[in-house]
Design a protein around this ligand. Structure first.
Ligand SMILES: Nc1ncnc2c1ncn2[C@@H]1O[C@H](COP(=O)(O)OP(=O)(O)OP(=O)(O)O)[C@@H](O)[C@H]1O
Length: 501
């Protein structure tokens, strides 16, 4: 059966649902392009219709599309050629006729591709473009400062349940699928803002059932999550490295989703040095996933899987028994999906980045998840207080990182204690209260680094350049620092977490 997300891809802007303002802005941008000649960044969570909107726009405007993405091997000179061609074609064919829309997909990933000469080159091309360019990105802040500043910006928000349900209803009618209204609502709810996932889920359930009922939706949700709980039990408590890897073959999840499940659940049973080791492996796994994204070379998936399964199992020390309430990656991995949480996350990340002298992207990908795991539900109160003190976190920020309720006495008292600690520290000396303390306590527990990161530092230049993907968030100033992240230089940021142990 064909993929419904393809069949029902919007062909005109008016079919793009749920982001009316963004849609109008995009249209306005295109219509006035001749006057401003700026490129535009369209950013937002996956599956909210950014790429579809760009294509729909082109079709509405009657512009042919030239699409490139970060893994394309064609390089910046190709974009330059396309972007610079307007002058030529403009003379051949009068006015708008020679116009085409350049869509740069995964624009937050270009710095990972050496063929493009890094984001600096892309920025230059984007600035001088003779054709309208739409840059599509998930993570606005993963693009360099100068690239962001050179462009107009349009944010696509998560699609509301209210906008998702009619899309699903429409598809059902066109496919001749009978449905309970409530079933559609259930699907819309569980995909929280991601319209593509909603359409995919709808298709998956509809293929199994004559008539779509709420029970069908609930059962299908349960089926896809059931296997994973058994796997987590095996990985975290029972199997050795090889067994854990084998067990993962039966799990029906992509490695990136699996990583979310593992990183959310491993702190429920691991602690101290074993947790630190496990996070070292998870962080390696995440880097391999980053390489997959940057290169579209899915053969790297297996290294990600090795790290997150065998690595995590091998980090276990001592027997684990009993029953643990594992849960879906509801908290941390969903952060950043809504604008509110994205703003909180980014504001904390910027502060930590400044304090730790690293990039916002590194903080977001590596340090915040780590802090979140180590202070989960404020279980380690002392550590949570030190963290709040070190980074000036208020109640809502502590609750964001730890996952605890904002108004709980626990969080309030932590923030009070943090204020006291800060006052004391101001007397002695300020500085990095949190990591200083962490580092010394981890030192005393023996080396926690898994050895893999050392191996990684022996990698080829090319791989180091790829590894640098996560380092260039552009939050710093342009020039020297950007260059370092975009060329072959290994970047200090990359050492990420392991440095703190
Ligand atoms: N706003 C929307 N209106 C209508 N359909 C949508 C919308 N968003 C997503 N879809 C459906 O999801 C599919 C994927 O959307 P699209 O690729 O445009 O999302 P995206 O935001 O670009 O995601 P990504 O960042 O992962 O590429 C579309 O083909 C369409 O079926």
């Amino acid at each position: 059966m064909t993929d419904w997300t393809e069949t029902y891809r919007p062909t005109t802007l008016s079919e793009v649902r749920g982001n009316n303002k963004a849609r109008d802005k995009l249209e306005e941008w295109a219509k006035s392009w001749d006057d401003h000649r700026k490129s535009v960044i369209v950013h937002g969570s996956p599956g909210v219709g950014k790429t579809s909107a760009a294509h729909a726009l082109a079709s509405d405007m009657g512009w042919p599309v030239m699409e490139l993405n970060a893994s394309d091997s064609r390089g910046a000179d190709v974009i330059e050629k396309i972007a610079g061609e307007a002058a030529k074609s403009g003379t051949l064919t009068a006015g708008e006729a020679g116009r085409r829309l350049v869509i740069l997909d995964e624009a937050d990933n270009f710095h990972g591709n050496a063929d493009y000469g890094g984001s600096r080159e892309v920025t230059r091309v984007v600035k001088d473009a003779n054709q309208p360019i739409v840059l599509v990105a998930n993570e606005f802040y993963d693009m360099s400062n100068s690239l962001r500043n050179a462009c107009e910006t349009i944010e696509f928000r998560d699609v509301s349940k209210r906008s998702i349900v009619p899309v699903l209803r429409d598809i059902c009618r066109r496919e001749g699928v009978e449905f309970e209204e409530e079933a559609l609502e259930k699907i819309a709810e569980s995909t929280s803002g991601d319209l593509r996932s909603a359409v995919n889920d709808l298709q998956a359930v509809a293929e199994e059932a004559e008539r779509l009922t709420v029970e069908d939706v609930v059962t299908s949700e349960r089926d896809t999550t059931e296997g994973i709980f058994d796997f987590l039990d095996e990985l975290i408590k029972e199997k050795d490295a090889e067994g854990a890897l084998r067990a993962s073959y039966d799990v029906d999840e992509t490695p990136d989703k699996l990583l979310n499940w593992i990183e959310d659940n491993v702190p429920k049973d691991y602690e101290g040095a074993e947790l630190a080791d496990a996070y070292g492996f998870l962080s390696n796994a995440d880097r391999w996933l980053g390489r997959v994204r940057a290169t579209q070379d899915y053969s790297y998936w297996r290294y990600a899987t090795d790290n997150m399964t065998a690595g995590v199992a091998a980090s276990r020390r001592g027997d684990k028994g009993g029953w643990t309430r594992y849960g879906p990656p509801s908290y941390w991995s969903k952060l950043g999906r809504t604008k509110g949480t994205r703003n909180t996350r980014d504001s904390i990340a910027e502060r930590i980045a400044e304090r730790e002298g690293t990039s916002v992207a590194t903080v977001r990908r590596e340090i915040l998840p780590f802090l979140s795991a180590m202070t989960h539900h404020c279980n380690n109160r002392d550590l949570t207080v030190r963290m709040a003190a070190a980074y000036d976190l208020d109640e809502s920020e502590v609750s964001f990182v730890t996952g605890s309720g904002k108004d709980t006495n626990k969080v309030e008292s932590i923030v009070e204690d943090a204020a006291e600690l800060k006052a004391e520290a101001a007397v002695e000396h300020s500085g990095n209260a949190f990591f200083e303390a962490e580092r010394s306590s981890a030192d005393s527990e023996g080396p926690a680094v898994d050895g893999k990161s050392e191996e990684e530092s022996d990698e080829s230049d090319e791989q180091q350049a790829l590894t640098a993907t996560g380092a260039d968030d552009g939050s710093g100033t342009e020039s020297a620092s950007d260059d370092a992240a975009e060329t072959d230089e290994p970047d200090d940021d990359q050492s990420g977490l392991s440095d703190f142990f």
